[in-house]
Design a protein around this ligand. Structure first.
Ligand code: CP3
Length: 342
């Protein structure tokens, strides 16, 4: 039984640094494309046997120390009453723009509305048989709100920011509702067998630090406080948070996800001893020659300087055009270079 990942989440010493990759189940793997070619992305998310199959692929192929269930952060938003499409990016037909829109949103009944997510987790726990732990996940309230209000990805996030500044009551009502949904969604995942939870706040870094404190932190804090997590560590990843890690820390997770814009050692000094970290190789390093990948892995491990409580990862998701053998090589380098002398 490989407990490296969970041990590192709790800051305990490990034999080698555990490693997994954000978005490790996905299009860079021909094995994923083979499954994906037979159905749409949403069908894949809603078919537990197939979702479990693609979640296990990177465990077998890359030799990573954790599996992450296959789904999307927007999966639980659809049963709130928002029709969702992937083209391939997410698109909501009717974005949220008014209090009436917010009032129409419902909080899903998880067992009835997203049974496939809970079933995927159960299948995965059975099939992984404790070989590696299983990570469940959700989007942070703010990142979910960004998609629900913009209706799709955005460059300037004008709609969500306009709502935040000029209709703060609508914004607050929306964030409250999403936070309640998220809490129930993640607790249902824990109950189904998820052994750690990662909260993805992909867009938290688009705000000024003071706005992050006002408009994002209260909701993420409430979410994390509301999780049944006696034995379930929470990884909080806010992309672009390098200049406000002190604020993000207040949300109360167990592990801070770091992107590559911060020096991992500097971030650890700032966060202090009680908090583990996850990260933070630039995902594009996986396009580099093997020796460059090795040197970059070594640099990140050196920045950590042997402290316990480090989970190696990329600073954001793996890109779809990365050669799988480079990802395999990265994992091998992490394990070899971090191995404690016997
Ligand atoms: O990490 C994993 O292996 C588990 C699966 C996973 C997916 N999405 C599958 C997916 C996870 C953890 C996510 C999280 C997610 N989804 C985030 C947060 C992480 C991040 O990358 O910032 C966000 C912002 C989304 C929303 C989303 N889903 C976008 C913007 C897109 C389109 C861009 C893209 O990467 O294609 C998706 C689609 C998506 N989610 C795919 C996969 C494998 C590609 C769909 C396909 O196969 O066609």
């Amino acid at each position: 039984m490989n407990t490296r990942f969970l041990d590192a989440c709790w800051g305990k010493p490990v034999d080698r640094t555990p490693v997994w990759l954000m978005r490790q189940a996905g299009r860079y793997l021909p094995e994923y494309m083979a499954v994906r070619s037979k159905c749409t992305f949403l069908e894949l998310c809603k078919t537990p046997e197939l979702a479990a199959e693609v979640s296990i692929q990177p465990v077998d192929i890359l030799g990573v120390d954790a599996a992450i269930m296959f789904s999307d952060i927007l999966t639980p938003v659809e049963p709130m009453g928002m029709k969702l499409d992937f083209v391939p990016g997410p698109v909501f037909e009717h974005p949220i723009r008014s209090m009436a829109d917010v009032d129409q949103l419902r909080i899903p009944e998880m067992e009835q509305d997203v049974p496939y997510v809970l079933e995927t987790i159960k299948i995965l726990r059975r099939e992984l048989a404790n070989k590696v732990p299983l990570i469940g996940f959700g989007g942070a309230p703010f990142t979910l709100a960004c998609y629900m209000v913009e209706g799709k990805g955005s460059k300037d996030f004008a709609q969500i920011k306009r709502m935040m500044y000029s209709a703060p009551d609508v914004y607050a009502a929306l964030m409250e509702k999403i936070t309640m949904m998220d809490m129930e969604y993640l607790n249902a995942q824990i109950k189904a067998g998820a052994q750690a939870i990662q909260i993805f706040d992909t867009w938290g870094g688009i705000l000024a630090p003071s706005d992050y404190e006002t408009y994002v932190l209260p909701y993420t804090t409430k979410l994390i406080n509301g999780l049944n997590r006696m034995e379930t560590p929470v990884i909080h990843f806010v992309k672009g948070a390098g200049a406000m890690l002190d604020s993000v820390k207040k949300a109360g997770g167990d592990v801070m996800g770091l992107d590559w814009h911060v020096n991992l050692g500097t971030a650890r000094d700032l966060l202090g001893q009680g908090m583990a970290v996850q990260g933070n190789l630039d995902p594009t390093v996986l396009y580099a020659p093997k020796e460059v990948i090795e040197a970059e892995v070594k640099r990140v491990l050196d920045e950590n300087a042997g402290r316990s409580g480090h989970i190696f990862n990329l600073g954001h998701g793996i890109l779809p055009t990365v050669p799988p053998e480079n990802a395999i090589h990265m994992v091998e380098c992490v394990h070899r270079l971090s191995q404690k002398a016997a």
